[in-house]
Design a protein around this ligand. Structure first.
Ligand code: ADP
Ligand code: MG
Length: 257
């Protein structure tokens, strides 16, 4: 999957590649073209911000990439695999192993403590029981919640709940993190904590991040920004404020095999 350029440098294939992607919703006699012919790609180690107003197709695009929804046309290649062709079991495994999701409204299980919420995805990934709790503790410590492990969501602030959601997204060590308006319900200060955490996961752990938002202030964290309107990408891409990080070594090995 690697191209060797004339200079002899090895160029890794993009981690995510989208070709002429469409998602139509039929509503009675109306068709909504939520995603209307998007072609783009993201390299491993990028922090991509997709900006657009409400209704421009941001969530739909993110759910398609994450295998939570199926396109009505086009292709989505992730790590060299066309995920549209995966069957339901393969798609579930893809979501579990390769993707970490973060949503605007956290979606924590209200009856579970922070520690239990973070362990939850590990159960489905068949992580041995003895490994789950120490790993969840380590992840909650990483997001600064070592003193909130036994709190339930209602006993946590919005910003703390979103940090639990980030720890949960990391449970199965995904290479790709998809975030849908992760700061949308938060005050500026708590939102900045969340964005700093995501930037850290990108910079220090080499995770590839795609965040969709209508909030322009998130673009300072991104290595590149795309603009979405009416289901289409507009104009060129902007370089972000930060340079992309080097991909993780295991990703490089995989993409140059
Ligand atoms: P954004 O996240 O940018 O606000 P969405 O991706 O949620 O936009 O929605 C894009 C368009 O698709 C909107 O017009 C929305 O009403 C429509 N849409 C999204 N999901 C559905 C659905 N499940 N059924 C019908 N229409 C939908
Ligand atoms: Mg949305």
């Amino acid at each position: 999957m690697a191209d060797v350029t004339s200079e002899g440098a090895v160029q890794a294939a993009p981690l995510i590649r989208i070709e002429e992607l469409h998602r139509d919703f039929v509503m009675g006699d109306q068709v909504v073209h939520a995603v209307n012919g998007i072609t783009t790609e993201a390299a491993a180690g990028e922090f991509l911000a997709v900006m657009g107003p409400s209704g421009s197709g941001k969530s739909t695009l993110l759910y398609l990439i994450g295998g939570l929804d199926r396109p009505t046309g086009g292709e989505i290649w992730v790590n060299g695999r066309e995920i549209v062709r995966l069957d339901e079991n393969e798609l579930a495994a893809y979501r579990r192993r390769e993707i970490g999701f973060i949503f605007q409204s956290y979606f924590l299980v209200p009856t579970m403590t922070a520690l239990q919420n973070v362990q939850f995805p590990m159960i489905f990934a068949q992580v041995p029981a003895a490994e789950r709790e120490p790993r969840a503790q380590q992840l909650l410590t990483q997001v600064g919640l070592e003193d909130r492990m036994n709190h339930r969501p209602t006993e946590l602030s919005g910003g703390q709940q979103q940090r639990v959601a980030i720890a949960r997204a990391l449970a199965n060590d995904p290479k790709i993190i998809l975030a849908d308006e992760p700061t949308g319900n938060l005050d500026t200060e708590s939102g900045a904590v969340i964005m700093d955490l995501l930037a850290q996961l990108n910079r220090e752990e080499g995770r590839t991040i795609v965040i969709v938002s209508h909030d322009p202030s998130i673009t300072v964290y991104a290595t590149r920004t795309l603009h979405l309107l009416d289901g289409r990408l507009r104009g060129g891409t902007e370089a972000g404020s930060r340079a992309a990080v080097a991909p993780r070594q295991d990703e490089l090995r995989e993409s140059t095999r």
